[in-house]
Ligand binder design. Structure first.
Ligand code: 13P
Ligand code: SF4
Length: 322
């Protein structure tokens, strides 16, 4: 018996019974992304996940991703039940930006406009003027800069530096980093590209500046997927979480995708760049979230007062992106 296929069938039945829809990020494991597709849910970047959960009529959202994605869904749709395969799935950017310290940082610069990355807690978003994801950050900062705003940016310092460089905006930076993207190595990537001169390099801007400098295309997960479809190259070296290979290979079956090196020795491996928290979203955890009568480990709650404040900068982003 194919245990996984049986588990998938059980989840499909449960989703229907509970009026629930599965919303998965591109970094979850391929079988989770496939399940979301097969069941009428979505596989998306963090901006599209927020929009999909907001617009979908299902009463329950099962968010397969990391904690901030579940919190964003709950903040935007407080009347829906938001479940996660595990509430333990966090993010190093969220962990590295505690709300009290971030608030102090903002309070010290009251004349600045606060722009925070979606990879933060609801409490940090509640302190922000704008929330951005990597697919809309550049446009929003460009817009704020054109209006003469000085900006506080948090928490990802690499994404922040990339945006500051592209836009010339005046940005005070919180010093957070993603533990996955921070591991990509420029020298090894440079060597790998030299060995494969026809390959194009795709880089997520949470990677170090030296890695971004080698890129042929820089962007959010959805933007990198689009680039992999649109660029003529038959090979791509990809500097982001390996979960993205599922969609890239599905959309361009005749192209070759290889991982950017995360070690200094130029070795590539299919398991190097994978977010340990995204990896927690397995089939068993999804099934548990739907059957468990005690939802303590699964149901996302956001303090209603915080949610009210966090909703403003989140909706500002969604309206800007519309
Ligand atoms: P995207 O917004 O590009 O989906 O990225 C989310 C994320 O966590 C990247 O590490
Ligand atoms: Fe956070 Fe990095 Fe994981 Fe994305 S890949 S969820 S930024 S730790």
């Amino acid at each position: 018996v194919d245990e996984k296929a049986v588990a998938k069938e059980r989840i499909k039945r449960l989703l229907k019974e509970k009026d629930a829809v599965l919303v998965a990020h591109y970094y979850t494991d391929p079988e989770i992304q496939a399940l979301a597709e097969e069941t009428g849910g979505c596989v998306a970047d963090s901006l599209e996940m927020a929009r999909f959960g907001n617009d979908h009529p299902a009463q329950t959202l099962v968010v397969a991703g990391v904690r901030f994605m579940g919190e964003t869904a709950k903040t935007l749709t407080p009347n829906k039940t938001v479940l996660m395969p595990t509430l333990e799935a966090t993010c190093s950017l969220d962990l590295g930006c505690p709300a009290d310290q971030f608030t102090e940082f903002c309070d010290a610069h009251p004349d600045h406009t606060v722009v925070v990355y979606a990879n933060t807690s609801a409490a940090v978003k509640a302190r922000a003027d704008w929330v951005v994801t990597s697919s809309i950050a550049l446009e929003i900062v460009e817009h704020l800069d054109s209006e003469g705003h000085q900006i506080i940016w948090g928490p990802d310092r690499h994404l922040g530096s990339y945006i500051a460089k592209q836009t010339g905006a005046d940005m005070l930076m919180w010093q957070g980093a993603c533990i996955v993207h921070d591991e990509f190595k420029a020298k090894a990537l440079f060597d790998l590209k030299a060995q494969n001169p026809h390959a194009a390099v795709l880089v997520h801007p949470e990677s170090p500046e030296s890695v971004v400098a080698i890129a042929d295309a820089v962007g959010s997960t959805s933007q990198l997927i689009k680039a992999s479809q649109e660029m003529d190259n038959d090979m791509f070296i990809v500097a982001t979480d390996k979960g993205i290979f599922y969609k890239m290979e599905q959309l361009s079956p005749n192209k070759t995708f290889i991982e950017a090196p995360t070690g200094g020795n130029g070795a590539t491996c299919r398991s190097c760049a994978h977010c340990p928290w995204m990896a927690m979203n397995g089939l068993a955890a999804i099934e548990n979230s739907l059957i468990s009568s005690d939802r303590t480990d699964h149901e996302v709650h956001v303090d209603p007062e915080l949610a009210k404040q966090a909703m403003l900068p989140l909706n500002r982003m969604l309206d800007f992106a519309a």
